[in-house]
Design a protein around this ligand. Structure first.
Ligand code: FMN
Length: 189
């Protein structure tokens, strides 16, 4: 079964990102196309990029980078659960991307974003610019949740039909792309 890494991008105490990601994890588990790796950047706790060499060389000096490398390497697809900060992507996600190069290559990434009126879409657009330089393949299908706080009930996310359908569509597209890109990854390896 292909492996999907769900990355929780926000790390703030009391973050909305955690219930959003937990909701998506449950949807992905029920959908059943992927084995799930739930990667919470708050737990992983990467420092700001502290490797002396360009990550394309894979000459990692630090154990935290080696562990992050192994984990990302083992994924076949990603979903980034991301807020929008100051009309852009959060520094935590950008930093986690900077640590590696080849580990991301030829893998699809979908976005679950949330926020105010924009539903986090400006964050996603910025993230697409960065992810394509790493040869991640960002999908147009996405889950964008505007005014996210109205969907939070006692610390859990309860979505409407539009969001539920979007999540299902995203997972199906991710499964297609993960399978289609696998031969390209095998060739590159
Ligand atoms: C530093 C910061 C910047 C923000 N900028 C935006 C923004 O540009 N657009 C938006 O819709 N919401 C913005 N917000 C509000 C967030 O949508 C809201 O706080 C959300 O809960 C953040 O996600 P998190 O709780 O997972 O960190 C911002 C919040 C913070 C803390």
């Amino acid at each position: 079964m292909p492996r999907l890494m769900i990355v929780v991008a926000s790390t703030r105490p009391g973050r909305v990102g955690l219930p959003v990601a937990e909701w998506f994890r449950q949807v992905a588990q029920d959908e059943g196309s992927f084995e799930i790796d739930f990667a919470d950047l708050a737990e992983i706790n990467l420092p700001f990029l502290d490797e002396p060499h360009h990550p394309r060389l894979r000459q990692y000096q630090h154990e935290h980078t080696k562990a992050w490398s192994r984990r990302v390497d083992s994924a076949d697809a990603f979903v980034f659960v991301t807020p929008e900060y100051d009309y852009g992507m959060p520094a935590t996600l950008l930093n986690a991307l900077h640590f590696l190069v080849h580990e991301w290559t030829y893998k699809p990434v979908g976005f679950v974003s949330y926020g105010g009126v924009s539903g986090g879409t400006r964050s996603v657009q910025m993230a697409k610019l960065v992810t394509t330089s790493l040869k991640l393949v960002p999908l147009p299908e996405a889950v964008n949740i505007p005014f996210v706080s109205q969907f939070l009930k006692e610390g859990r996310l309860e979505v409407n039909e539009i969001t539920a359908t979007a999540a299902d569509t995203l997972l199906k597209e991710l499964a297609r792309w993960a399978e289609s890109l696998a031969p390209l990854r095998a060739k590159a390896a």
